[in-house]
Design a protein around this ligand. Structure first.
Ligand code: 0JX
Ligand code: SF4
Length: 316
């Protein structure tokens, strides 16, 4: 008889509405236009998703100059600087924008603040494609990036009375609150987003892992190392009672011997991790232990984003 293991399965976990939509855009484009369909950047940060779409005829590239003029191209869920669609239009390319509508909302906010004469401060991680995309909504130098509370003390602004902040959608809710508090302390007049920029999916997954972590001896987060929202789930679990929290890309990565003393295992997944990889982890546990699964549900999600009209319109 194998020994008992309780799995606390965080809910919500895994795919969000923006990821679902982005993957569907590539799939429907492949059906409608045939292979190849080019995708600029990983459509979402997950190798398994990317390889699945490659098998259907998608070709992933880093930049537009790797793509011929006459094939469809999809921009990833993370968003792109304005220069990218501009370049695609100059080359008369057919492009589909899979930027999550909640990322586009942040882009629009940044533009609106700038039009109204406010300098924009972006809270986010340097080099992440979403940050590159949001900064690229304004002319070079138009957005000041803040990565930490320490940065707030050193940034230089044009007019402290005329500022606004926006954020990356996948940040730690708690770390961001601390950065916002520091910004408001230094710049009391700073304008804030009308509605939070950290998206519902990021917030809900962090809340759920916070409920799981204090009860778990170990937490596994299914996701990719380049996935910001997944990495944040590992940090949140560590900061909320489970130091043994780690990222796994799939079941094969798990060192089961390290679970020797684990009685309660927390499991969650980033917004870009497909359910099949979560199921694989649960099956891996069932193969080795007498597993009882307890689902810890904090919220139920019903968000769905529509596909671009060009993909859903009936063929002429
Ligand atoms: O690295 P991120 O969390 O921004 O992206 P990922 O893992 O692909 O998740 C889905 C896309 C999220 C955009 O906000
Ligand atoms: Fe959109 Fe949030 Fe999903 Fe990013 S994590 S794709 S912002 S719903």
């Amino acid at each position: 008889m194998s020994r008992p293991l309780t799995i606390l399965l965080a809910s919500p976990r895994g795919f969000c509405a923006g990821v679902d939509r982005a993957i569907q855009i590539v799939e429907v484009a492949l059906e409608k236009y045939g292979a190849p369909v080019y995708v600029r950047h990983e459509i979402v940060h997950n190798r398994f998703v990317v390889e699945g779409l490659e098998a259907k005829g998608a070709i992933f590239v880093d930049e537009l100059d790797e793509i011929p003029d006459d094939v469809p191209v999809v921009f990833s869920a993370h968003g792109v600087p304005k220069s990218i669609p501009a370049e695609a239009e100059r080359r008369k390319m057919f492009y589909l924008d899979a930027t999550c509508p909640l990322v586009s909302k942040v882009h629009i906010e940044a533009e609106r603040h700038s039009e109204q004469g406010r300098q924009v401060i972006l809270i986010g991680h340097a080099g992440h494609p979403e940050v590159v995309g949001t900064m690229g909504q304004l002319p070079s130098g138009g957005v000041v990036l803040v990565e930490s509370v320490a940065d707030v003390a050193t940034i230089e602004v044009e007019d402290p009375g005329n500022l606004a902040y926006v954020t990356q959608t996948t940040l730690s809710v708690d770390d961001t609150a601390a950065i916002v508090a520091a910004l408001q302390a230094r710049f009391p007049a700073i304008a804030k987003p009308r509605k939070e920029d950290i998206c519902y999916a990021t917030t809900n997954r962090q809340q759920a892992v916070k409920a799981v972590a204090p009860r778990a001896d170990m937490v596994l987060v299914v996701g990719a190392p380049n996935s910001s929202n997944s990495m944040r789930l590992v940090e949140v679990a560590r900061n909320h009672g489970c130091e043994r929290a780690m990222l796994v890309q799939r079941a094969a990565d798990i060192d089961w011997a390290a679970l020797e003393d684990v009685k309660v295992l927390g499991v969650t997944a980033g917004a870009s991790a497909p359910d099949i990889l979560i199921q694989e982890v649960l099956q891996g546990a069932r193969d080795r232990f007498d597993v009882t699964i307890e689902e810890i549900t904090l919220t139920r999600e019903d968000v769905v984003f529509k596909l671009p009209k060009v993909l859903t319109a009936a063929a002429e």
